[in-house]
Design a protein. Structure first.
Lengths: 387, 196
């Protein structure tokens, strides 16, 4: 046994592979003793990982990149040897905004271009009437939620910095904020969208997989220097996480996995709500309408666990698009190097996992190619690029 | 320190006692402009209304992520916010994170003015943690005492011992079993309830 590892996490369903790796004994089977530490903010997770209070962490993929680039905070190079989740967020809107959007919509309500255009109309009407701009909650400046919301609305010409307000809200506050009208909508991970629907105060407008087919959501993050010093521990951690992810994706294990995740010291919500997320069958309206998607949250299937540097490049491109940093070839390289398929492969003693890097497709814009980030970004009308 | 020299400090903390301890420390050190925000809703708007130079927040507070938005370029942000120390000063970051507090500084404030505030935060937060620990300990000691009294009563009744003999028996058993006397007392109470 090596020294016990302290690993930080935020109570969200996409921490599933990490939690199950520890609580189902996959980590122990690898000779690892792990203490999972539940945290209340991404800033805390980031800081505690950066200064070494945590050995590893469940981390927003964009935060791992921002930390490696020194954006928004001190620069600490991060390595991500395992991808904890692909997709998994949803956009939930208040009943009032939902009604307004459905009144304006021209086309399929699950088509993000149709809803974005409807949003543009609602925004224009509100401006004309002198109403306050709509407010959207998201979880962190460097978050997929931020980028997914922006990508969606900007496709119909809604400027996320000028036409609406985007505010950061801690996930546990999202539902209350929607209920009391502090926000009109939010983009957040599970279980919070389902909680809002169950309370009758929200409609799930989109699964984020409607907007972008595949986005790296959370990673298992370690400090790069720590990974260099502890290659065997990293390999053990990856193997434990891979086994846990495979376990979770087996339908016959679903009940056991959700029980482990639901416990109060882990995610702490009803097992049934967690189950909905893992199976991708979500109640989307208070009236009981369900919607199912095989792409809602990928934990282990379709090669989700293997970090894909193209995903890192896309997230970096979003930071550039929205003015969080200027475009630089060097920074792009650094960002891509955060995602470490090599460490993943080394742990499993194989090269690749049979899944080629899937093309990056979205409902708007060209196919993303990390070799031409500038060209990709130039194709979007709305953005806030800094020179 | 005159009022115009004293930087404006906002304390974001849901614990009124800890905030009071911190505020008192800051005032003693000559900082006169201090505002305590306890309400987390519309936190950024509240902060912008005060327009502080320094924002202090406890790490138990999920709203810390809200403050991270202040780094971003946006209409809402009037003055840019920087992290509290520069890259080289990792010991300050470590000390404050361990103490459970984080500071956000408006860009342009000199480092030598920030350091004493941060040091004070760390020491006051640590003092508060110690205080809380003591409180917990006292509470559990009180709890233990009650349990021990009850266990003594059971031993006296069942085994016909005097109060002193009952206590000696509890203590020697605890020492032999390498357990706390409270734990032994609790197991006596549990056992006697089962045997009722």
């Amino acid at each position: 046994m090596t020294a016990p590892l302290r690993i930080g996490f935020i109570p969200l369903v996409d921490a599933a592979a990490l939690i199950v790796a520890v609580d189902k004994g996959f980590a122990a089977a690898e000779g690892l003793e792990v203490e999972l530490v539940r945290e209340v903010s991404w800033s805390n997770v980031r800081d505690k990982l950066n200064i070494g209070l945590f050995d590893a962490a469940h981390l927003l993929a964009p935060v791992a990149i921002a930390s490696s680039l020194g954006l928004g905070h001190v620069k600490v190079p991060i390595a991500a040897p395992f991808n904890l989740g692909i997709n998994g967020n949803a956009i939930t809107v208040s009943p009032a905004l939902h009604a307004a959007l459905m009144e304006e919509i021209d086309g399929d309500r699950f088509d993000p271009l149709a809803t974005a255009k409807a949003l543009a109309k609602v925004v224009a009407k509100r401006r004309k009437a002198g109403a306050d701009p709509l407010t959207f909650g998201m979880t962190f400046p460097f978050s997929t939620h931020n980028y997914q919301l922006r990508f969606w609305m900007a496709a119909a010409g809604v400027d996320p910095d000028e036409d609406v307000r985007l505010v950061v809200l801690p996930p546990p506050y999202m539902v209350d904020s929607l209920a009391n009208g502090h926000v009109d909508a939010f983009c957040v991970g599970a279980p919070w969208n389902s909680v809002a629907v169950d309370l009758g105060i929200g409609h799930i407008l989109h699964f984020v997989s409607d907007i972008l087919e595949r986005v790296a959501e959370k990673v298992l993050a370690v400090r790069q220097v720590w990974a260099d010093k502890n290659p065997d521990v990293v390999a053990s951690l990856v193997r434990a996480a891979v086994k846990a992810a495979e376990f979770i994706e087996q339908p016959e294990n679903l009940a056991e996995a959700t029980q482990l995740l639901a416990r109060p010291e882990r995610i702490g919500v009803d097992a049934e709500v967690i189950q909905r997320t893992l199976t991708g069958r979500l109640k989307i309206s208070p009236d009981g309408t369900f919607r199912e998607s095989g792409r809602y949250l990928l934990v282990g299937r379709e090669g989700a666990g293997r970090p894909d540097p193209v995903q890192a490049a896309w997230l970096y491109a979003q930071m550039v698009r929205w003015g969080q940093t200027a475009l630089s070839g060097e920074a792009l390289k650094t960002a891509m190097a955060v995602f470490r398929p090599d460490l993943y492969d080394a742990a499993l003693e194989r090269v690749g996992d049979g899944h080629a890097s899937p093309p990056f497709s979205a409902f708007a814009g060209p196919t993303f190619d990390p070799r031409d980030v500038a060209g990709y970004l130039a194709s979007f009308a709305v953005g806030r690029r800094v020179p | 320190m005159s009022a115009e020299q004293s930087p404006k400090i906002v304390i974001v903390d849901e614990s009124p006692i800890r905030a009071a301890i911190l505020e008192e420390g800051l005032r003693e050190a000559g900082f006169t402009q201090i505002v305590h925000i306890r309400e987390m809703q519309s936190l950024l708007a509240r902060i912008y209304a005060v327009d502080p130079d320094i924002i202090l927040i406890d790490l138990e507070n999920p709203s810390r992520d809200v403050l991270e938005a202040m780094f971003q370029v946006s209409r809402a942000v009037r003055r840019p916010i920087a992290m509290f120390v520069d890259q080289s000063d990792s010991s300050s970051i470590q000390a404050s994170v361990e103490a459970g507090v984080s500071a956000y500084i408006v860009d342009g404030l000199k480092k030598e003015r920030i350091k004493p505030i941060l040091d004070l935060c760390v020491s006051r937060f640590n003092a508060f943690a110690k205080l809380q620990e003591e409180l917990e300990r006292t509470k559990s000691q009180l709890e233990d005492r009650k349990i021990i009294e009850k266990a003594k009563g059971i031993l006296m009744k069942v085994k016909g011992l005097t109060e002193d003999e009952a206590y000696v028996l509890l203590r020697s058993t605890a020492m032999r079993e390498k357990k706390k006397i409270g734990e032994i007392a609790q197991s006596i109470i549990t056992a006697s309830e089962m045997l009722k």
